[in-house]
Design a protein. Structure first.
Lengths: 292, 296
């Protein structure tokens, strides 16, 4: 760990009193217990995925005797997980890219233009969306998409993803771009740049820190979405991972080895994502809470 | 003049696409839902206007009321289990009582990122009749025939779902408390320590009072989270057995997409919207009153 030990005589962050030992013991036990309860099911899932079904039924706890990789090969093929994973990446990347770009442009528009009344109205209009849950609009959305014949299409998934991603991304964009000093923008304008050039050359690069949080948060939400694809897509070729997984688990096969392998396959990308971007995910949740 | 036009045009180009997508995906559908909720419609033909009949039927339906009760239990679970635990964990990390804080934080927060569908399927294998949990109890009790009766019991069937929700989301509450704890100026705590304050005094006199607004925020999280809860329960139990674990979002789903009662389903959606707006504005009202009271 890079921090100095807590009993260091140098005042780093806190003056510490001599913490009684039992405080430390209690703290370790509580955190240790929570950590154990949190990761034990995931560890169990991981090693069970390497056991053939028969072995799982015989003893649900035991460690695998050998790495039974057939589970992975068969689950990948039978669950059509390759296609599902491609679709999940496709929906998540594209929706995240468009949401983030539109949120930044809207954030610039709402904060740096003199149409204050319009902007205030649109902003509260977007913020209201934070309180609307997906389930409140499923019926009209489904009717709308079937009427326009865009159910069972990729575009029919991307549009609601973007619509529901916008409120939070705009909230983040506005609160960040608002604080970019006017002088920076004015300097670019004096050099003869138009508003749209100022947006792409100045605002986007300067908003990089908040953009990262927006991208990561939006990606996570899209990646984990279930309901939109479940309701709007019936073609197997367009399903995303959570929907394929749900179908796989509800299917006729009672082979637990395959099921666990499918779960692990679906979890690996998000675990990697978590390892790389955890700080940003945390920041996104924290930002959501500080709005009050 | 030309530059004014240019400015207006730029403003429009920058903001209009988002406004349009948002309006067509959220504002317009909510309004359509509201209108449909006063009709009887199966998706074909013209909806026929039936006034408040859908709402009356809904509030007389014991299945709906049981769903509402389950939503309330999820909120209570968050309030009395997740928020206190979230605060406790955040506090332990914040006070630097342990090393490897980053490790603990990373592990406890991990399930938040995992898809609710994965979590549901995994926990089904834990709570299923031949699952991990039952096997564990059988081993401890040396009774190979032991079964858990609670899953088939109307009152208790929701409890495994509550366990999973606590497992999955306590990390969010921890993160929120931690972020807000870190905003407390360390100098205040240093001053208290120099004055000889004990750990308990620091907790109750300095930290707890400044956490009141966070408790309100997290309560809002809990309410909207409960009303949104669908994926996890849908993949875990599908609302069963016999609707015992249904929440209102699942009730809405069945009525709309299984029984094709679009008007009725819309009415349930509108109830979800009003419940969340109503509960949250009520909280904000109480919060404002309290703030006034303390700062008067």
């Amino acid at each position: 760990m890079h921090e100095k030990p807590d009993h260091s005589p140098i005042k780093t962050h806190f003056v510490q009193h001599k913490t009684p030992t039992w405080h430390v013991v209690v703290a370790y036990s509580i955190l240790g217990m929570f950590t154990f309860l949190t990761i034990a099911p995931l560890i169990w899932m991981s090693y069970t995925s390497f056991k053939p079904n028969k072995q799982i039924i015989q003893n649900i706890f035991s460690l695998p005797h050998s790495l039974f990789l057939d589970n992975y090969i068969i689950a990948w093929q039978r669950g059509n997980l390759g296609v599902a994973m491609f679709n999940s990446f496709f929906y998540s990347f594209l929706a995240t890219f468009i949401t983030t770009f539109l949120a930044l442009s809207t954030g610039y528009g709402l904060t740096k233009f003199p149409y204050k009344k319009f902007s205030a109205f649109f902003y509260s209009f977007f913020i209201m969306g934070l309180l609307i849950s997906v389930h409140s609009i499923l019926v009209p959305l489904f009717v709308m998409e079937t009427t326009l014949n865009i159910d069972n299409t990729r575009i029919g998934i991307l549009i609601p993803y973007i619509g529901f991603g916008l409120p939070f991304s705009i909230y983040l964009a506005v609160s960040y771009i608002r604080d970019i000093p006017k002088e920076v923008e004015d300097a670019a304008r004096i050099d003869g740049a138009g508003y749209l050039v100022t947006f792409t050359r100045i605002i986007i690069p300067m908003s990089l820190p908040v953009t990262t949080t927006m991208i990561i948060f939006s990606f996570l939400a899209n990646w984990n979405d279930f309901i939109f694809v479940f309701i709007l897509i019936s073609k197997e070729a367009l399903r995303s991972l959570p929907v394929s997984l749900n179908a796989f688990a509800g299917g006729r096969s009672r082979d637990l080895g395959l099921l666990f392998a499918a779960l692990v396959i679906a979890t690996i990308p998000i675990i990697l994502f978590y390892v790389i971007f955890r700080k940003h995910i945390v920041r996104g949740f924290a930002a959501g809470s500080i709005k009050g | 003049m030309r530059s004014e036009l240019h400015k207006k045009l730029s403003y429009t180009i920058l903001t209009l696409p988002a406004v349009l997508i948002y309006a067509s995906m959220i504002v317009f559908p909510v309004l359509v839902s509201l209108i449909l909720s006063f009709t009887k419609w199966s998706g074909f033909g013209t909806p026929s206007f039936i006034g408040l009949q859908n709402y009356i039927t809904m509030f007389k339906d014991p299945v709906f009321l049981h769903g509402l009760r389950n939503n309330a239990l999820i909120i209570l679970g968050s309030l009395f289990i997740q928020i206190p635990f979230g605060f406790l964990l955040a506090y332990l990390l914040y006070r630097r009582l342990v090393n490897h804080r980053d490790f603990f934080e990373a592990m406890i927060f991990l399930p938040v990122s995992i898809s609710a569908i994965v979590v549901a399927i995994l926990w089904n294998q834990i709570f299923s009749p031949a699952g991990l949990f039952t096997s564990l109890i059988r081993m401890v009790l040396h009774d190979p025939r032991f079964v858990f009766p609670i899953f088939e019991n109307k009152t208790w069937a929701i409890s495994p779902v509550l366990v999973v929700i606590i497992w999955m989301y306590t990390g969010i509450y921890m993160i929120i408390f931690l972020a807000n704890l870190q905003k407390i100026s360390p100098s205040i705590i240093e001053a208290a320590i120099i004055d000889g304050a004990r750990e308990s005094q620091i907790l109750f006199h300095i930290i707890a009072p400044s956490m009141i607004h966070v408790i309100f925020t997290t309560t809002i999280f809990a309410i909207s989270g409960s009303l949104k809860s669908f994926d996890l329960i849908f993949a875990m139990t599908g609302g069963g057995p016999a609707h015992y674990t249904e929440v209102i979002a699942i009730y809405m789903y069945y009525h709309t997409f299984k029984y094709y009662k679009y008007g009725f389903g819309s009415a349930v959606s509108i109830v979800i919207v009003f419940l969340s707006l109503g509960l949250i504005s009520m909280l904000q009202y109480i919060h404002a009153k309290l703030e006034k009271h303390y700062h008067a």
